[in-house]
Design a protein around this ligand. Structure first.
Ligand code: FES
Ligand code: FE
Length: 379
């Protein structure tokens, strides 16, 4: 990066090519998404033995499936015979096994090769050797977190550490019992923007007064432009007239049972690198997972999680969904507005971060450090 002389209140952003260059994106895939813990699927999306979902993590298609023993497992979604993609659907349920559509090699729900045509004529084929390639998987907050690295980084440091950085302690998130909540609504956004623009946007609130009228109504402190990271340990307070985290500030639902006095009437936002954003309010959780697909395209799956009773009762969640759905649309529209400009000569040396955005500089440092790390995980 060319050194730019800036007054102390301004620090540079990344140059535009970081948001457009396929080579940089490929390095991000190998050194970030394929090496870190990646929040892949909601565990309850796979309710039964044989339920599966396929997701893209970095350059790989990953199959997450529930076994006969009830456990979730993750595999590379690749047949070990000649490499056909094993499951071509996004989600589904098989009875007992996954069968490749090419030559019918068949894998158990635990990934073992259990059958293949003419197997008896191949007595030297070691079936244990040709099972699906398994990946590390951990369940936390009701999600399956998958790591493609041979030696995963510390979940405690990378994932729980991000939570305690924001909430003061990692345990503070336990009050919300996110693992037990039910998905009241899911919206998938196909955003024509680089994943880092979405992270940067989520990290700052300098834009809140301009583009989020409903959110700043509910959280008046946000109108000052200071983002959730300034509220470490105590969250942002609801406005005095606000009754719930809903599109018009009207009544929401009863607080989740574990909510403490400090968490009541407060909003917390957590970024868990590289691809998760969690918003906590007393009666529901908004949980975003990004799937970066190309330098200029990111799919974001957003879950609105409520107590199981609220979802089972069929109560109308639309007014709380509508608030953050609008916020999402406003944010993603802003990101899409920036993406085409990233390849302009006007942005060749990047832009600037003002004081209320300075913490984004730490994110940029983190990205560039990751990109310069040796690519040890792939042959
Ligand atoms: Fe899957 Fe041949 S490629 S069975
Ligand atoms: Fe925003």
């Amino acid at each position: 990066m060319t050194a730019v002389s800036l007054p102390p209140s301004l620090i540079p952003t990344l140059p535009g090519r970081y948001y457009t260059d396929p080579e940089i994106f490929a390095r991000e895939q190998s050194r970030i998404f394929e090496t870190m813990w990646f929040c892949a699927v909601r565990s309850s999306d796979l309710p039964n033995p044989g339920s599966f979902r396929t997701v893209r993590i970095g350059r790989e298609s990953v199959l997450v499936a529930r076994g006969r023993d009830g456990a979730l497992r993750a595999f590379l979604n690749i047949c070990r015979h000649r490499g056909a993609t094993l499951c071509t659907e996004d989600s589904g349920e098989v009875k007992r096994a996954f069968q490749c559509a090419y030559h019918a090699w068949t894998y158990g729900l635990d990934g073992k090769l259990v059958a293949a045509p003419n197997l008896t004529k191949m007595p030297d084929l070691d079936r244990t050797e040709y099972g699906l390639v398994g990946l590390h998987l951990r369940e936390w907050l009701g999600y399956a977190w998958v790591c493609l690295a041979d030696e995963p980084p510390s979940f405690e440091e990378d994932v729980l550490g991000a939570v305690s950085e924001r909430l003061g302690t990692a345990a503070a998130i336990d009050a919300y019992e996110i693992g037990d909540l039910a998905v009241g609504k899911r919206i998938t956004y196909d955003v024509r923007a680089n994943w880092k623009l979405i992270v940067e946007n989520f990290m700052e609130c300098y834009h809140c007064a301009t583009i989020h009228p409903e959110l700043t109504e509910v959280l008046p402190e946000f109108a000052d432009g200071y983002a959730a990271q300034y509220y470490v340990g105590h969250g942002a307070e609801f406005g005095s007239e606000i009754r719930g985290f809903t599109v018009d500030g009207g009544e929401g639902f009863a607080n989740l049972p574990g909510i403490t006095n400090e968490q009541d009437r407060r909003y917390y936002a957590i970024t868990i690198r590289p691809q998760v954003f969690v918003n906590l309010v007393p009666d529901h959780i908004i949980f975003h997972r990004m799937y970066p697909l190309a330098a200029d395209r990111t799919v974001v799956e957003c879950d609105w999680l409520y107590s199981a009773e609220v979802v089972a009762s069929g109560r109308d969640v639309s007014r709380s969904v509508e608030l953050f759905h609008r916020v999402n649309l406003q944010d993603f529209d802003a990101c899409e507005r920036c993406q085409p400009s990233m390849s302009s000569r006007a942005y060749a040396r990047g832009g600037v971060l003002v004081p209320s955005e300075h913490h984004i500089g730490a994110f940029h440092d983190w990205v560039t450090t990751k990109l310069s790390a040796p690519d040890s995980q792939r042959p």
